[in-house]
Design a protein around this ligand. Structure first.
Ligand code: ZN
Length: 312
């Protein structure tokens, strides 16, 4: 009897959540914003979509949530008449791959090997069910891949153990635009999905590498937030290094997690908190990511100033 009661309650909650989610998506506006050259960005709820538009047709990077598919389609129709030819996924999370099952029927999906693996398996830790076959990437790679499209080479690189273990970042070589997926949350604390192979130190190394590799005047599409500059990325990097170092030092001194939470992040970075990743959650992510690792050496200082020490 009690079990039935709990079951009904769970069902009612699930339904209420679904209705709420539907309503949330109904009010979402998806706008296309020109970034530079062939490249556009679709903003609105979910991860930012990068778009290449031109004579070869349309290529999209990430596809938000399934209930937004028609709004995405409408926004794309406003900027180009060509057909959808390729879909890329920056990583496996549902706010970036949610409409895969819809767009995957129209164009091949390209992603890192671990994106296909994690979508196919689902995740108990994140309460995500295995995705259907049509939502899975059909072209996968481990290190790097290029798509030659709309008159330019679009390069994709794997960032090992950043936000997840299947992250790729993309560079539109002629338009001079990069899409960094969730390795870059513009102006706010990032989510690092440790259960999906993410790592705070790995993320720091990945961003240090990008600061060396990306052109100085590149326009950057973050996973979440507005189009940014390399200077914005450098500040994000400094935040990652300083907040991580702050937690690491206290762990090395033997302080408890409670005491570290109490101390908070350095004053300069407090305003980077937001509703999803507040100060406490960011500190918990750093702490969990560093737990079990060697603490007796500092995180790389990298290029937040004018120096050039390389962390690798
Ligand atoms: Zn994500």
């Amino acid at each position: 009897m009690q079990r039935i009661g709990v079951g009904l309650l769970v069902l009612a909650l699930a339904l209420a959540t679904a209705v709420l989610a539907q309503q949330q998506f109904e009010n979402v506006e998806i706008k296309a914003e020109k970034v530079r050259g062939n490249v556009w960005m679709l903003n609105g709820t979910g991860g930012n979509i990068g778009v290449s538009v031109g004579e070869d047709g349309i290529l999209i990077i990430d596809d938000k949530f399934a209930p937004l598919a028609e709004k995405i389609r409408a926004a794309l129709a406003q900027i180009g008449q060509g057909k959808l030819k390729f879909v890329l996924n920056t990583h496996w999370h549902g706010d970036h791959t949610g409409a895969n099952a819809i767009f995957g029927k129209e164009a091949p999906i390209i992603a890192h090997t671990n994106v296909r693996k994690r979508l196919a398996e689902g995740s108990a830790a994140r309460n995500v069910r295995p995705a259907p076959k049509e939502a899975l990437p059909v072209i996968t790679f481990d290190e790097s891949l290029s798509v030659h499209f709309n008159g330019e080479e679009i390069k994709a690189f794997h960032i090992p153990h950043g936000h997840t273990d299947g992250d790729i970042v993309l560079l539109f070589t002629k338009s001079n635009v990069a899409h960094l997926g969730d390795d870059f949350f513009a102006g706010r604390f990032p989510f690092v999905d440790i259960d999906s192979g993410g790592s705070v130190r790995g993320l720091i190394h990945g961003i240090a590498h990008l600061l060396e590799q990306l052109p100085d005047d590149v326009a950057i599409i973050p996973g979440h937030g507005p189009v940014s500059t390399k200077e914005n990325l450098r500040e994000y990097y400094t935040m990652l290094v300083e907040t991580t170092e702050h937690v690491r030092k206290q762990m090395e001194e033997g302080k408890s997690l409670e005491a570290i939470l109490q101390a908070g992040v350095p004053e300069r970075w407090k305003s980077w908190a937001w509703n999803f990743i507040n100060e406490e959650r960011w500190i918990r992510i750093i702490h969990r990511s560093l737990t079990g690792q060697r603490l007796d050496f500092p995180v790389p200082r990298g290029r937040d100033g004018h120096g050039h020490p390389h962390p690798h």
